[in-house]
Design a protein around this ligand. Structure first.
Ligand code: GLU
Length: 310
């Protein structure tokens, strides 16, 4: 008999529909799924469709079809961030009311020049528009006012991670000048609203986490646990992403990628599972999942992983 669901564990997989699922995002799906299922928890799917210019028509449905073909079973309805504007606007209003955000009219070019002049790290906003008089009718981005503090958290795989917010990050964007909500804002609001207890995702997002914790603190929200999986790189050592045209997964042949994904995550699936249905592989994987075997860093080359057939 299945143990009763443990609603104290809530996990999620949150793809952006900028293209079909590839091996890199499959790793995040497998890792988050197995953490949830091995804790008898719930696993939610959230479509992070907040950036229409980067999205591809049909990608959200294609991702869901691939998840189904690979035997993932999500709990409840899929949440679409595109339908969550009101919640994001509420949070922006609260932050503004508490003096934790401000409008900014700097262009990317100006920010680069200012940072260089001030000897700040590239990409760090030097706070130029803090206190500037900007009329609400003028097009502007909204930035979060960071405290002069260091945010530290302990990641379940990557260990202790710290960022000095003012020097290493700077005031970051919550809403862009074109009106689109920033990932940092939306992810924090939805992780809290969906009561996610552990965020499992690729370690390419590790350095985003202190920003998310800063926002949680400013909004009085609980900080979930974090587990950042090793990311998969291609033969040139670049991260596999939809933008670098990583090959889409084959919906008609899920076993090789699932098996290799498990292996990549430090598990030891028996070779015979290759000839089974995804359900059988998942049964084995939930029973044998050992998160402490997940490697911290990349140990294999993804192109080999995908091409080699064990
Ligand atoms: N939507 C993000 C991505 O596809 C993941 C965000 C997250 O898991 O926090 O890379």
């Amino acid at each position: 008999m299945q143990p009763p669901p443990n609603h104290r564990y809530l996990g999620r997989f949150a793809p952006s529909p900028t293209g079909p699922l590839h091996f890199g995002s499959l790793i995040a799906a497998i890792g988050s799924y197995l953490q949830a299922r091995s804790n008898s928890g719930l696993w939610l799917v959230r479509m992070e469709d907040l950036d229409p210019p980067r999205e591809r028509p049909g990608a959200a449905d294609a991702i869901l079809r691939t998840l189904e073909a690979y035997g993932f079973e999500w709990d409840g309805e899929v949440r679409y961030q595109s339908s969550r504007s009101e919640a994001y606007l509420d949070a922006l209003e609260r932050l503004r009311g508490e003096g934790r955000s401000y409008p900014c009219r700097c262009s990317r070019k100006e920010i680069g020049e200012q940072a260089e002049r001030l000897g700040m790290a590239a990409g760090v906003y030097p706070g130029t528009c803090r206190g500037a008089a900007i009329r609400p009718q003028q097009p502007h981005a909204t930035r979060f006012l960071v405290d002069d503090e260091t945010i530290t958290f302990i990641d379940a795989i990557q260990g202790r991670y710290s960022q000095q917010m003012a020097q290493q990050v700077g005031d970051f964007v919550l809403r862009r000048a074109d009106g689109l909500f920033a990932y940092q804002l939306a992810v924090v609001i939805d992780d809290a609203d969906q009561q996610i207890t552990e965020v499992v995702r690729g370690s390419d997002l590790l350095d985003n986490t202190p920003r998310q914790i800063a926002l949680q603190q400013a909004l009085g929200l609980t900080t979930p646990h974090y587990l950042h999986l090793p990311i998969v790189v291609n033969a040139e050592g670049q991260k596999l992403s939809k933008q670098t045209f990583a090959t889409a997964l084959d919906d008609s042949n899920p076993l090789p990628a699932l098996w290799q994904g498990l292996q990549f995550l430090g598990q030891q699936p028996p070779i015979e599972l290759m000839n089974e249905k995804p359900e059988t592989l998942w049964q084995w994987a939930v029973m044998h999942w050992r998160s402490d075997n997940i490697p911290r860093k990349l140990t294999a080359d993804a192109s080999n992983l995908i091409e080699s057939r064990p």
